[in-house]
Each structure stands twice: as structure tokens, then as C-alpha cells.
Design a protein around this ligand. Structure first.
Ligand code: NAD
Length: 294
């Protein structure tokens, strides 16, 4: 299949490489020359703008930082829509707000195109290994038609409902992740200061009702889980600034749905503080340092 791919960052670069490995003909575009060269080395054709990357493609994948960029990459004069032939499917795997996804789907439909949202979880490791989870928003038929391409980049391809619901799933999952991590950090730090061995405390949590992915697989207290970012100086994980972005999307979505988000608001402030103190690049479990270092 001929595929256009736009956004070759930490996630998009390896995802595009996996499409090439699976035998697809991939034409890429990115503003970053280094990322473009890496894709060229992996076997991609290079386009001069998103419109050119979309020209002749049957599917276009976008993996971009935020909603404003997705909107402009799709709708600008030299954007994806302008290059697509009738019937082309655009898969947006960026994490953005559900409203923008729905707007883009409507704009695509007006031009005889299809747009589905398919944000991912699994991080950069999953992008490299081709084991991402895709949360897809679209009709049954659209879901069927994108599955083949997504399987080259991911392991679990989940149909969440109509367009936008992939983003809803992503945002709600990361909302609870941000909250449980902050809660686990608070409890681990309290336990430490009250004199219990953190390893013992984590063991109790993980065999009792306090258990979560944050306590068991990704415990924020250093040394409790060997493979967790906390055991390697909070590097190489899911950045605090990315968590902050996702909590911001959750807060915006809650506001537009007139739905309270008490815990999300507090979690957002905690990660904002970590970021403001210059640690936004560290794994989000570094939130525990707010409790452990004054
Ligand atoms: P990144 O910043 O590493 O990559 C973004 C890429 O988009 C960069 O190469 C940048 O040059 C390119 N870009 C920016 N503006 C552009 C434009 N106008 N035209 C063409 N290219 C442009 O980001 P990432 O970590 O790859 O994340 C991409 C998306 O995936 C984000 O929406 C993020 O929230 C989401 N996500 C990231 C992770 C993660 O662990 N990194 C996990 C899940 C989801």
C-alpha cells in the first residue's frame, strides 16, 4: 500500500519504519531534517510538504504534537486534504482533543475523504517494537479498513466507537494514570517518613486494595521495581510534560462536557509544579520528589 506519513518524532519515526518493514511504500514529511534523514535511511521517500506526502497515497498517517498542528497539517493549502485523492483514509494517531478529531472527520467527509482518530498507548518502546495499542474512533467499516495498516505498528487494535472516542479513551486512561501515580507517590512518601521499608509497603499495596499499575509495575519509589524509571533517575519513561499535556486535554474535555474533574485538577497542579521546577523532561513518576524533597 502507498502510505503518507507526517510527524517523524519519538513515536512517528519508528512507526513509519515499521510500515516500511512490513512492505508498504511510505512517503514522509516532517519539519525536522534529522528526522527526515532517519526515515530516508529506513527506506522512505521524502516529500516537500504534507500535500505532496498525501499525493497518490491510499492512507495517510499523522503523528503530531498537538491539535493546532494537526488542524494546520490537514487543512492548509499545502496540507494533507489538498493532496488526497477521493476515498483516501487519514489516520491521526496524535493525542488531541476529541472535538478537533470530530471537526477533522467532518471536514474530511466534505471532501470525499475518511478521517479516523487512533491515538496510542505503549510509549516509544511500543512504537519501536510495533506493539502499540491503538484506540480507534470511527464506523465499523472504517475500523475494518484501517486495521491492516495499524497491525504493522501495533499489537492491540481496539474499536472504541464513533470518531473522537479513541481520544476519549486515551484521555480518560491517562487521567486515571496521572491520579493513581500521584496517589501512589503520596502514600509511598508518607510510608517512608513514618518509618516503613518502601519495599515492604509496596509489597503490601500490591497484594491488597491499594494495588495499581503505578504501584506494581512502575512504582515511583527508587529501587522498588528494578525496571521502573524511578530506579534509573526517572529517565527513559513517559515525560512529566507529556502527562501534563494529557491532563490538560482531560481538563478541557471535562469543562466542555460540564463535568467535574476534582482529582484531575489536583494531579495537573502536581505535575505542573514538577515541570515548573525544571523537571518536565523526567518521567512522570518523579512527582514523588514533591513529597520527598521538601
Ligand atoms: P515529538 O515531539 O517527538 O514528535 C513530533 C514530530 O512532529 C516532530 O518530529 C516535529 O518536527 C513534527 N512536527 C511538528 N510540527 C510539524 C508540522 N507542522 N509539520 C510536520 N511535522 C511537524 O512527539 P512524539 O513523542 O512523537 O509524540 C507524538 C504524538 O504522540 C503526541 O501527540 C503525543 O502526545 C503522542 N504520544 C506520545 C507518547 C510518547 O511516549 N512519546 C505516547 C503516546 C502518545
Amino acid at each position: 500500500m502507498k502510505i503518507g506519513f507526517i510527524g517523524l518524532g519519538n513515536m512517528g519515526g519508528p512507526m513509519a519504519a515499521n510500515l516500511i518493514k512490513a512492505g508498504h511504500e511510505v512517503t514522509v514529511f516532517d519539519l525536522n531534517a534529522v528526522a527526515v534523514q532517519a526515515a530516508r535511511d529506513a527506506g522512505a521517500q521524502v516529500a516537500a510538504c504534507p500535500r505532496d506526502a498525501a499525493q497518490g497515497a491510499q492512507t495517510v498517517v499523522t503523528m503530531l504534537p498537538n491539535a493546532a498542528i494537526v488542524r494546520s497539517v490537514l487543512t492548509a493549502d499545502d496540507g494533507v486534504f489538498a493532496g488526497c485523492e477521493n476515498g483516501v483514509t487519514i489516520i491521526d494517531s496524535s493525542t488531541i482533543d476529541p472535538k478537533t478529531s470530530r471537526d477533522m472527520a467532518e471536514a474530511a467527509e466534505r471532501r470525499g475523504l475518511t478521517f479516523v482518530d487512533a491515538p496510542v498507548s505503549g510509549g516509544t518502546g511500543g512504537a519501536q517494537a510495533g506493539t502499540l495499542t491503538f484506540m480507534v474512533g470511527g464506523t465499523d467499516e472504517q475500523f475494518e479498513s484501517v486495521t491492516r495498516v495499524l497491525k504493522c505498528m501495533g499489537k492491540n487494535i481496539v474499536h472504541c466507537g464513533g470518531v473522537g472516542t479513541g481520544q476519549v479513551a486515551k484521555i480518560c486512561n491517562n487521567l486515571v494514570l496521572g491520579i493513581t501515580m500521584a496517589g501512589t507517590a503520596e502514600a509511598m512518601a508518607l510510608g517512608e517518613s513514618l518509618g516503613i521499608d518502601p519495599q515492604v509497603l509496596a509489597g503490601i499495596m500490591n497484594t491488597s486494595t491499594g494495588r495499581s499499575w503505578s504501584s506494581e509495575t512502575y512504582n515511583p519509589y527508587p529501587g522498588v521495581v528494578e525496571t521502573a524509571p524511578s530506579s534509573r533517575g526517572y529517565t527513559g519513561g513517559f515525560g512529566t510534560d507529556l502527562m501534563l499535556k494529557d491532563l490538560g486535554l482531560a481538563a478541557d474535555a471535562a469543562r466542555s462536557a460540564k463535568q467535574p474533574s476534582y482529582m484531575g485538577a489536583i494531579a495537573q497542579q502536581l505535575y505542573q509544579t514538577v515541570s515548573s521546577r525544571g523537571s518536565g523532561h523526567l518521567d512522570f513518576s518523579a512527582v514523588i520528589n514533591l513529597y520527598r524533597m521538601g
